[in-house]
Design a protein around this ligand. Structure first.
Ligand code: ZN
Length: 262
């Protein structure tokens, strides 16, 4: 039995997979700001779900930058009080199994590439537009190798532009993500900035398909994004397919399942 966790800045999701293919009912609760309280909460809910049965291994997606050993968060705009806390170690203690940590957007993209909109495509670029912007390059159903992590939300779109939560300026997420958009929103402009970001993703990652996830994608007009991209992307004769994610909030949990299986 596998345990799968998705620890976001706002909500945490927990589920199990007994057959390695499907997920059981998902438990969702608000992510606690206090690290120890959250660990105890995860422990309690995990034990309720398993009914005392042994967990083989667990995978957890977390919102932030992990250290090289993938044992703790080095930086997280939405889980600031968790940085440098022994996340992997404490989870392994309370769950009594090996726990594998990954960035939440990385697992979301892995889930979409194997079980969702990117299924069947060798190279998938996944970009998620929610509170912030995350993403990942998936190659043959695996998260592509990286040194620090994939952070397409922090590519510079406008030099010396809007201040970003990370400390930089003019980053993509400051023009398209939920925590930066104020009423009234010019969605055409948002589509334009996203298309600039996607152009950069295409020329760097050369994907077969781009999968767009995250809550803000419900509002960004995809046809406008495609129209701007057609104008901007001049080096290739055609644009890779661009489509919306299909797994919704469960993408990261499916990604965790795939991560444990491979
Ligand atoms: Zn930034």
């Amino acid at each position: 039995m596998y345990l799968l966790l998705d620890i976001g800045g706002t909500n945490t999701r927990i589920t199990l997979s007994s057959d390695g293919q499907t997920l059981t009912a998902i438990k969702t609760f608000p992510t606690e700001e206090d690290f120890e309280t959250q660990i105890q909460l995860i422990s309690r809910i995990a034990h309720e779900l398993t009914g005392g049965q042994k967990i083989e291994a667990a995978a957890a997606g977390v919102a932030g930058i992990l250290d090289k050993e993938k044992s703790l968060l080095l930086k997280s705009p939405h889980l600031d009080s968790w940085t440098y806390q022994p996340l992997k170690e404490e989870l392994e203690q309370v769950l009594d199994c090996a726990v594998y940590l990954e960035n939440d957007a990385h697992l979301g993209g892995l889930g979409e590439s194997v079980y969702g909109a990117g299924k069947g495509y060798p190279i998938v670029a996944y970009i998620t537009i929610g509170t912030g912007v995350g993403g990942v390059k998936i190659e043959n159903q695996k998260i592509d190798g990286y040194s620090k992590g994939f952070e397409p939300g922090h590519q510079i779109i406008i030099p010396e532009g809007n201040p970003c939560n990370c400390g930089g300026k003019g980053h993509l997420e400051t023009y398209v993500a939920g925590s930066y958009l104020k009423e009234p929103i010019d969605w055409n402009k948002v589509a334009k900035y996203l298309a600039i970001g996607l152009n950069n993703t295409i020329v760097h990652w050369s994907p077969d398909i781009i999968v767009l996830g995250g809550s803000v994608m419900k509002s960004i007009p995809l046809d406008r994004v495609k129209a701007y991209l057609k104008k901007y992307l001049t080096i290739f004769s055609d644009c890779p397919q661009i489509t919306l994610a299909t797994l919704g909030d469960e993408g990261g949990l499916y990604g965790g399942l795939q991560y444990l299986k491979s």
